[in-house]
Design a protein around this ligand. Structure first.
Ligand code: ZN
Length: 434
């Protein structure tokens, strides 16, 4: 017997992408393959993706030609190291020459915040989209969760009243609910709904905030019903885990990936983050991850420097029985907070401040938030900032931070001089999270 939400889910999958069920079935089988068999699978996809990139993407053709490489020379996983590295700024500036549109497959729109807040827009082909969705589903299933089960969702809350209505309606269809602000009432209501949910997912810094709110409120009992707390996009600090265990009786499970790379690793019930070998290759160079997306035919991602430092363990034999190597640590991305005079804010709010500025006023600025003292936020802007723009930007900041943060704007800043890795927010304040 299938229930209502399962039926809705299946209908949704049928409309979105019919390849998801077969890819899911494949992954549920391949998860028990030997390392040798998994590597053979990777090699065959690697040859395909390199050949395809060379033939159809102007960007890769020039890049390979410049380095004197023929795609046919790439036969094994070891050969991969002879290919040039792909940098984040290349993806942004060369997007149109990278994108392949004539693959004959339906394309799915994808947007990600990119570096220093410049959004990256690209298109995923249907097969890639299916692998991505199937990989997420497999991760859920490791924890006894099916995607149509009731879930709380913590993502950005940049919504106008009409967007809220639309979002609520779409969420209801997907059997999920979310928070629209950090108000105490909203948190209490969210926690109440969580009591009838099966899983919770979203930004780990937001999961941490919910857990803290539950733990600090004597009227809210700890929750024991959630089977999975899934943290994405941000580093999961041990401090977060302590609050999660107290609030939900379990640790936050980490999903590691990016829109361009797809799922790179998912944590198993034994607590190991297994590399999603079926869809990507992970290399480590000087402690930094280089990821190759094996299914991204429409927007080839080959030896991509994602900007995270990781520790990869190829030797470990996980008790769950899966042979996929384990990522022990991701130290690159840090979900720091903007510290105000009386409270603090997720640094992600900064992304929305600039996104709003772009959406409402067509002002796209390259920025970096810098905090060296509590209550003061400095915005370093690459462009010149007119007095009108300054007023609009301060207005957007006030909408999020009120009078709690004094904002200083600096114009004509060189944001590239601070090393290769760019973050949209850097802080030297110890906000108590370690
Ligand atoms: Zn495992």
């Amino acid at each position: 017997m299938i229930n209502f939400h399962q039926a809705i889910f299946r209908a949704g999958v049928a409309i979105r992408n019919r390849q998801i069920p077969s890819h899911r079935a494949f992954l549920l089988e391949s998860q028990w393959w030997s390392l040798e068999k998994l590597r053979e699978w990777q090699e065959s996809l690697l040859r395909e993706i390199v050949q395809n990139a060379y033939e159809h993407s102007v960007f890769y053709r020039v890049k390979f030609d410049d380095s004197g490489l023929e795609p046919q020379q790439i036969k094994t996983l070891d050969d991969l190291a002879s290919l040039p590295i792909l940098e984040k700024n290349e993806i942004l500036s060369e997007r149109d020459r990278l994108q392949i549109r004539d693959g004959g497959e339906r394309l799915f729109y994808s947007e990600t915040s990119g570096s220093t807040g410049n959004p990256l827009v690209f298109y995923r082909n249907a097969d890639w989209d299916a692998w991505h969705n199937a990989s997420v589903m497999r991760g859920y299933e490791w924890h006894g969760v099916r995607p149509w089960e009731r879930n709380g969702y913590l993502w950005g809350f940049n919504f106008s009243p009409s967007q809220r209505l639309k979002t609520r309606a779409l969420d209801a269809l997907q059997n999920r609910f979310r928070m629209f602000s950090y108000d105490d009432d909203e948190i209490a209501s969210f926690a109440g709904k969580l009591r009838h949910a099966v899983y919770l997912g979203g930004y780990s810094s937001m999961i941490y905030e919910i857990a803290k709110a539950i733990n600090r409120n004597p009227r809210i009992e700890p929750l024991t019903n959630l089977k999975l707390i899934r943290g994405t996009s941000e580093k999961i600090f041990e401090r977060y885990q302590q609050e999660a265990v107290q609030a939900f009786g379990r640790r936050i499970v980490s999903e590691y990936g990016a829109a361009e790379s797809g799922i790179i690793a998912f944590e198993c019930p034994e607590g190991s983050m297994h590399v999603n070998m079926e869809t990507c290759i992970v290399e480590v160079e000087n402690g930094e991850i280089l990821v190759t997306n094996l299914v991204s035919r429409s927007f080839p991602i080959i030896r991509y420097r994602l900007g995270d430092s990781i520790v990869l363990d190829r030797e470990m034999k996980c008790a769950c029985g899966r042979a996929h190597p384990v990522i022990r640590e991701v130290t690159g991305r840090i979900g720091k907070r903007i510290v105000g005079k009386s409270r603090s804010f997720p640094s992600l709010t900064l992304y929305y401040v600039f996104k709003n500025l772009a959406r409402k006023h067509d002002l796209v600025l390259n920025y970096q938030g810098v905090q060296e003292q509590a209550g003061v936020l400095r915005l370093d802007i690459e462009e010149k900032v007119s007095s009108e723009t300054r007023v609009l930007l301060l207005g957007e900041c006030e909408a999020y931070y009120g009078k709690d943060v004094d904002v200083e704007i600096r114009e004509s800043c060189n944001l590239r001089s601070q090393g290769r890795k760019k973050r949209d927010f850097v802080s030297s304040i110890d906000d108590g999270v370690s």
